[in-house]
Ligand binder design. Structure first.
Ligand code: ZN
Length: 432
């Protein structure tokens, strides 16, 4: 095995493709040379970096959410499979942040934060070989989603947030929920009446939950549930946890608290496929608050994926303290390498646009920050509270991991299934 590379010396090279007989073509040769070159692909980027915007005060109260999910399979045939999901919300104030040593946070200090200021929610979905008496897995999962979102240990707060979004309760209109497809007859329904939790389908009279509106049933067959359902549940729940804090302050008119709070999410601010319908009320709410003059500071941090890979390549020559906002054209051409489409990137599935921030030579992050209604913009002033969010970054940078933020690291610690409870214990339960 070749020696692994350090930071100064190149790793030992062995030609991986040299022995292959391939077609003699200039294009193919170029491709092979490029693959074998230890330097990253030379990307000519047209990124227009600018200096970090000034004028924002660091935010003093930070909420971070994260989640994890794990599928456990029994060891003997017939195999049984269940999927565990855990999500966590963590609060950090300026005092707690100041107490943490960014180089080596003391485990006791972290334990105190987690004990006093963190909460978590977990649930489990049947995937294969397990069933609940009298119900097929399709209906069992619908019921589990409904019951889990109404988790009494959390006072049903995330569920109230779902209702608040579904019925757009910040407006004074008593409107129906978003429309959805009936899980029984498949007809497109135009939503449940204002503020209802359950009710009959007007076409087939089948029983509906408000949580059916989210659309988990569209991924399932009658007796098999794909793992993607548990992943989607985790993402939806993370989003609801994030907005539970926002709703809490908004309903109590604590606008000054909102003005100094940062809501951080691990991963981009996105909900894929059918789940993206929740993006509609989220964008509407953020646009509303922007117009009311109460900026809600939300940021998602991406840790993997094409945007992170791209930033890693293009940030090398860029001075510290720079930002770049890739617009739709840049994303299509230079990151996704796809032809232009009529629908701008992320306009339906995301509730934030990308902002690249280089705080230090070893520290650069891909953030998603909301704009309210979709706007293809290069201007930082179109991003809600971006000056304050960017001014907060130096206070929460982790020196333990590259490009990491302390609140997300801590939330990850709470949400991590492998650490609490141990995966071995989960397996023990799963085999019953
Ligand atoms: Zn129906």
């Amino acid at each position: 095995m070749p020696y692994q590379g350090g930071s100064r010396l190149p790793f030992e090279r062995a030609s991986k493709l040299g022995h292959l007989q391939v077609i003699k073509s200039d294009l193919v040769n170029q491709l092979i040379n490029c693959f074998e070159d230890p330097e990253p692909a030379c990307v000519k980027s047209s990124a227009a970096w600018e200096e970090v915007p000034l004028g924002g005060d660091p935010l003093r109260l930070i909420f971070a959410v994260d989640g994890s999910n794990q599928t456990v399979r029994s060891e003997f045939k017939p195999y049984k499979e269940v999927s565990f999901v855990k999500t966590a919300l963590l609060r950090l104030d300026q005092h707690a942040i100041a107490k943490l040593d960014p180089e080596a946070p003391h485990p006791m200090a972290m334990r105190d934060i987690m004990a006093d200021s963190a909460m978590y929610h977990s649930t489990v979905f049947p995937l294969k070989g397990v069933s609940i008496q009298g119900k097929n897995n399709y209906d069992a999962v619908r019921q589990i989603v409904y019951d889990s979102l109404r988790d009494h240990s959390l006072g049903e707060e995330p569920y109230k947030t779902l209702k608040w979004l579904a019925y757009q309760k910040w407006t004074s209109k008593r409107q129906k929920s978003l429309g959805f497809q009936c899980p029984h007859c498949g007809n497109e329904l135009d939503g449940l009446p204002f503020d209802t939790d359950e009710g009959p389908c007007p076409v087939c009279k089948g029983h509906l939950f408000l949580t059916d509106m989210i659309g988990f049933h569209l991924e399932m067959a009658e007796d098999s549930v794909p793992e993607s359902v548990s992943n989607a549940y985790m993402l939806v729940y993370e989003t609801l946890l994030l907005f539970t804090g926002i709703r809490h302050f908004w309903e109590r008119k604590k606008y000054n608290t909102l003005k100094k709070s940062l809501f951080l999410k691990d991963g981009p601010l996105t909900l894929r496929s059918q789940y993206s319908k929740l993006v509609i009320p989220i964008r509407a709410f953020l646009e509303y608050t922007k117009r009311q003059g109460v900026p809600i500071h939300i940021a998602g941090q991406e840790k993997t994926g094409s945007f992170v890979d791209h930033l890693e390549i293009i940030n090398k020559e860029v001075p510290e303290g720079s930002i770049f906002i890739p617009n739709d054209k840049y994303i299509r051409r230079e990151i996704q390498h796809r032809p232009d489409r009529s629908e701008p990137y992320g306009s339906r599935t995301n509730y934030g646009n990308k902002v690249f921030v280089k705080s230090g030579n070893q520290h650069y992050v891909v953030l998603s920050i909301p704009t309210g209604d979709y706007k293809d913009s290069n201007s930082i002033d179109d991003f809600i509270g971006a000056r304050e969010i960017i001014a907060t970054l130096p206070k929460i940078i982790s020196h333990r991991h590259e490009c990491a933020l302390v609140p997300i690291e801590l939330a990850n610690g709470v949400a991590s299934l492998s650490s609490y409870p141990s995966a071995a214990i989960l397996k023990l339960f799963a085999d019953i």
